[in-house]
Design a protein around this ligand. Structure first.
Ligand SMILES: Nc1ncnc2c1ncn2[C@@H]1O[C@H](COP(=O)(O)OP(=O)(O)OP(=O)(O)O)[C@@H](O)[C@H]1O
Ligand SMILES: [Mg+2]
Length: 457
């Protein structure tokens, strides 16, 4: 039986080795947070041997696992000399834990796992590995390279308010077992599944399981019934993005309603606050807390100054999707707008497909920092939230008042606006602070140093 997993705990602090992987500064104080398994003897791959995805992943992630096993002396050796030794499923959950499958994403099945110690979200991804040829043809399996940048960005933003908490990650080899299958069956009886039946996995199947803090439910499943909720989601997203731009030159690049989670904080303030006492202040009246998730398409500068990003040119279908319903239309247009802006510097209202030439041939790359993409997604959420409020509340007068109050915000996000157009989330934040919607104290509570930040941006 595995030891009781501690869901709801924070991941241990950084080490010298994790700075190599994740670009992190050496820690002030280090120390493993749990008693380690015996450390396997690291093996050295032959110098010229071609690297399979598993060893590629090992060199990126392996040392962190060694660090967490509490053997700091090993962390001084070069990363490439290590192979990652997969753990068993029992290290992730025991049959006594409550396990519920909650979502299927492009490359991951997502579970909520709870026990007496707390709750975690488990993002389970099958990896393509040469030792398991069937995985190479599995459309939902990921190559190791696909997940590294997402994990690096999760790591660099894990302590930042408004961003998902990365608690742990596990490389697991083997059949996931009956407990997993039960949760999988329960999901597939109510929703169609595209993922393989767990019975088809074998002892050679390899998975990466990313353990995250529970950020509640996605915006799509949280009806906006009060205008205070609309304000809170919008303003918290702006603050989080602006801060991450300032610290890590972060661009999310995919911030739709399924990549923002909301939790009703226990100290819901809507009933105890009287908004009229607070002048223009808009933040903090609904008790909602937002978390930005899913950095699959994102870009960020790590602590070692390297840039983690997803080369979106590898899958041009992202820029070729069309759907005339309002939300997906604007979502798909946004991918094209990001690409057009990156290649031409044009903030065009027409989402030009611009997909005939690879942008690298035009001298550009998705590694570049173009924080305007964050404005496109703030704008997306601005309209999404209003539509949702209209659907679930419908008070036209309240909506009209919101629209009047946010007229300048809307205009400066409009792709046709020339003068005063917002070019980054930081510029949007300056506007919302100037309007009095967010106070400087609230910014400081969220780790934004308003004096330096607002004067620099
Ligand atoms: N920390 C979390 N807390 C609560 N729910 C989560 C969390 N992380 C993921 N989810 C749920 O799992 C879904 C898929 O996760 P995520 O968006 O990270 O995966 P993805 O593979 O990158 O998705 P896709 O490619 O489909 O956008 C989310 O839309 C959400 O419903
Ligand atoms: Mg997603």
């Amino acid at each position: 039986m595995p030891a009781l997993r501690k869901y709801g705990t924070k991941r241990s602090t950084s080490s010298a080795v994790s700075s190599n992987i994740f670009g992190r500064s050496p820690p002030a104080a280090a120390g493993p947070s749990f008693v380690p398994d015996p450390l396997p003897i690291p093996s050295r791959p032959a110098a010229a041997a071609p690297r399979d995805p598993l060893s590629e992943l090992s060199s990126n992630l392996g040392a962190l696992v060694l660090k967490e096993r509490g053997k700091p002396e090993y962390t001084l050796l070069p990363l490439a000399t290590f192979q990652l030794f997969p753990k068993s499923w029992g290290t992730v959950f025991s049959s006594a834990d409550k396990l519920e499958k909650i979502a299927e994403a492009s490359y991951a099945e997502v579970f909520r796992c709870s026990n007496a110690s707390g709750t975690s979200i488990l993002k389970v991804m099958q990896l393509k590995v040469s030792t398991n040829p069937a995985s190479l043809d599995e459309i939902h399996a990921s190559s190791a390279e696909m997940v590294v940048s997402e994990l690096q960005i999760m790591d660099v933003l894990t302590e930042v308010p408004g961003f998902v908490q990365l608690k742990e990650f596990h490389l697991i080899k083997g059949h996931p077992g009956a407990h997993f299958k039960k949760a999988w069956d329960a999901f597939s009886t109510i929703r169609p599944t595209e993922y393989p039946n767990p019975d088809d996995y074998t002892s050679q199947s390899v998975f990466l399981v990313i353990e995250l803090g529970d950020a509640g439910e996605v915006l799509e499943n949280k009806p906006m019934k009060q205008i205070e909720q609309v304000w809170d989601v919008l303003l918290q997203v702006i603050i989080a993005l602006a801060r991450a731009e300032a610290t890590n030159e972060f661009e999310h690049r995919d911030l739709h309603e399924n990549n923002v989670c909301v939790l009703q904080a226990s100290d819901s303030s809507l009933t105890s606050f009287n908004p009229t006492e607070y002048g223009d202040l808009k933040l903090g009246f609904s008790g909602l807390q937002i978390t930005i998730i899913d950095y699959g398409l994102s870009r960020a500068k790590l602590r070692n100054q390297k840039v983690a990003f997803n080369d979106l040119e590898q899958d041009l279908s992202l820029f070729r999707s069309y759907d005339n319903r309002e939300n997906p239309k604007m979502q798909y247009d946004n991918y094209r707008r990001m690409r057009t802006y990156l290649t031409t510097g044009e903030r065009t209202a027409n989402a030009v497909p611009n997909n005939t030439k690879n942008i690298n041939e035009l001298g550009h790359s998705w590694k570049e920092y173009t924080p305007y993409s964050n404005v496109l997604w703030i704008r997306y959420l601005y309209f999404y939230l209003q539509r949702d409020f209209k659907k679930h509340n419908g008070d036209k007068a309240v909506l009209k008042e919101f629209q009047e109050q946010t007229k300048e915000l809307r205009t400066r996000m409009d792709t046709r606006t020339k003068d005063g157009a917002f070019m980054s989330a930081q510029e949007v934040l300056i506007h919302v602070v100037e309007q009095g919607w967010v106070s400087e104290e609230q910014l400081e509570e969220r780790g934004v140093d308003s004096s330096s930040f607002l004067s620099e941006a």
